[in-house]
Design a protein. Structure first.
Length: 258
């Protein structure tokens, strides 16, 4: 697992992004797949989750992540969530791509394999959040919407936030079609800054697009960390759906208040 310099200075939180090493899954899921939604054998994914829970010092039930659909739905994990039964929890987390909580010892996370994981911490209000931002979620401004939800729900001020843009596919290899370019242009993004053209091919810089959203939301530049890790290139350490296919493993990016 990896952690980030920006967040390591805060002893009251724990955070991580898993790698593909250290688990029991095989094939395209080898070996530390944490997603139950990508086709892995359920018993292997559950075993991997148990390994993570022991490392984090938490029960499996206190590691919470949603069924993501590349949208911009956000949910708050609170004491009411804890009181729901399992079917209710699954329904509550379905079609969700960002989570927020101020509950102690609850690890919230998102799963990724090329998409951008965003990890948020507000040390003033003691609130944490995570978001999953593929190109659709990014163009839908999920980063900005997560900040707004933290403001509305917990009184977060953007200039208090620390945000990490975790391992994801890099602009060097993320070749996309003109339809994606048109989508971002229509959504008001600075396309000249987040796309590059090489050999008549378009490449999208997802980390930079999310950084632009975070800056636009009022977060100071020095309080945003970009990991700089390319999941596609660093395929010995990270899952890449573009390399392995959709039926492959996922990393989990998590954060919790101790």
């Amino acid at each position: 697992m990896i952690t980030y310099n920006l967040l390591n200075k805060f002893n009251e939180i724990a955070h991580f992004c898993t790698t593909l090493q250290g688990g029991v899954s095989v094939g395209n899921y080898a070996s530390f797949n944490l997603s139950p939604f990508s086709g892995d054998k359920p018993e292997n994914q559950q075993r991997n989750l148990e390994i993570l829970s022991r490392h984090a010092g938490l029960s499996v039930e206190n590691i919470i992540f949603p069924f993501q659909t590349h949208g911009t739905e956000i949910r708050i994990i609170d004491t009411l969530f804890s009181g729901k039964d399992l079917p209710e929890k699954k329904k509550f987390l379905y079609g969700v791509d960002a989570l927020i909580t101020n509950n102690l010892n609850i690890c919230i996370g998102v799963t990724t394999a090329d998409c951008v994981p965003l990890t948020f911490y507000d040390p003033a209000k003691r609130v944490v959040a995570v978001a999953h931002a593929g190109w659709r979620g990014t163009s839908g401004r999920i980063a900005e919407k997560t900040v707004l939800a933290m403001q509305e729900g917990f009184g977060t001020q953007p200039d208090d936030l620390r945000v990490v843009i975790g391992p994801s596919i890099s602009v060097r290899v993320y070749n996309v079609g003109k339809d994606v370019y048109d989508h971002f242009e229509a959504a008001g993004f600075p396309v000249s800054a987040i796309f590059k053209t090489e050999n008549e091919q378009l490449y999208l810089d997802l980390p930079k697009a999310n950084q632009w959203l975070l800056l636009n939301a009022g977060i100071p530049l020095e309080q945003i960390e970009i990991s700089g890790v390319c999941t596609y290139t660093n395929h010995e350490d990270f899952f890449s759906a573009r390399r392995l296919g959709i039926q492959s493993g996922r990393m989990l990016s998590g954060i919790m208040l101790k």
